[in-house]
Design a protein around this ligand. Structure first.
Ligand SMILES: O=C(O)c1cc(C(=O)O)c2c(n1)C(=O)C(=O)c1cc(C(=O)O)[nH]c1-2
Length: 250
């Protein structure tokens, strides 16, 4: 590229005015087409074309994401000096790990995922020991955790915003799996039922923090990059699954 052009401010950066909050939120939501709901592996899974082996492969591999999430959230908390933010964010760890407090007990999302595993025919041990986890999926998940460990906490918050699109994917599973995969015990789908509400609440918090912090055009562009990075993580996880388990029912 010619040197003169390198010095030009690129359109949409530096010189551009900040988007309004509404316009910025629209920009974030406009990344929806890159969400893994559109990945061929997910499309196969949710349209009933997956074999039992492919369903089991997905459940066993996704367990690695499930156990990484609270570690990721603990890393975010460790980097965040704002007590108000931590007070809200800590709920996410309780959602996944569960808790016992004042006589109230919640088994948490990881336990719900282990039950999903049992419902599709996977022993708890098979999930815990990660024997089915594909290396490329592990690398993708680790990239997310490592990003959150090192990034400013506001970018870590922003990277969770793929959850903007998550209620729809959970609802899609609830709507399609019982008919397509009658062999799966319906209570095995409790994880997805619980996540619809939890994801909405997470997004309310994550979005409010992101809209407040990323308030210049350069920061807003950065937020979009961070969101795309996370969308790519989820996409890469599905690529890894498609490579290992294939895209057509056996
Ligand atoms: O099943 C899915 O497709 C899906 C996607 C995502 C997501 O968009 O990152 C999450 C979840 N599920 C999920 O269950 C979950 O707890 C969760 C936490 C986060 C996050 O980045 O903090 N994403 C997601």
């Amino acid at each position: 590229m010619h040197a003169d052009r390198i010095q030009d401010p690129r359109p949409g950066q530096k010189s551009a005015a900040a988007w309004s909050r509404e316009a910025f939120e629209q920009q974030l939501r406009a990344r929806g087409p890159s969400y893994h709901i559109h990945h061929p592996f997910n499309a196969m899974l949710n349209s009933g074309r997956a074999s039992a082996e492919q369903v089991r492969g997905w459940v066993a591999n996704r367990f690695y994401y499930q156990i990484a999430i609270p570690i990721k959230d603990a890393a975010l908390l460790a980097n965040c000096p704002d007590r108000e933010v931590r007070r809200g964010w800590v709920q996410r760890i309780l959602d996944h790990d569960g808790f016992e407090l004042g006589g109230v007990r919640d088994e948490g999302g990881i336990e719900a995922w282990l039950r999903l595993g049992e419902a599709v025919g996977l022993a708890r041990e098979e999930l815990h020991d990660l024997r089915h986890v594909v290396p490329a999926l592990r690398f993708a998940v680790d990239a997310y955790v490592n990003f959150v460990r090192r990034a400013p906490w506001q970018e870590a918050v922003c990277s969770s915003l793929t959850e903007l699109f998550a209620p729809e994917i959970h609802q899609q599973r609830l709507a399609t799996w019982p008919a397509h995969y009658a062999w799966i015990e319906p209570t095995g789908l409790d994880y997805f039922r619980n996540r619809v509400g939890q994801a909405r609440r997470d997004v309310e918090q994550g979005l409010a923090l992101t809209l407040a912090h990323f308030d210049t055009r350069a920061l807003q562009e950065r937020a979009l990059e961070v969101l795309q990075f996370k969308l790519d993580i989820l996409w890469a996880m599905n690529d890894a699954l498609a490579t290992r388990y294939g895209l057509d029912a056996a």
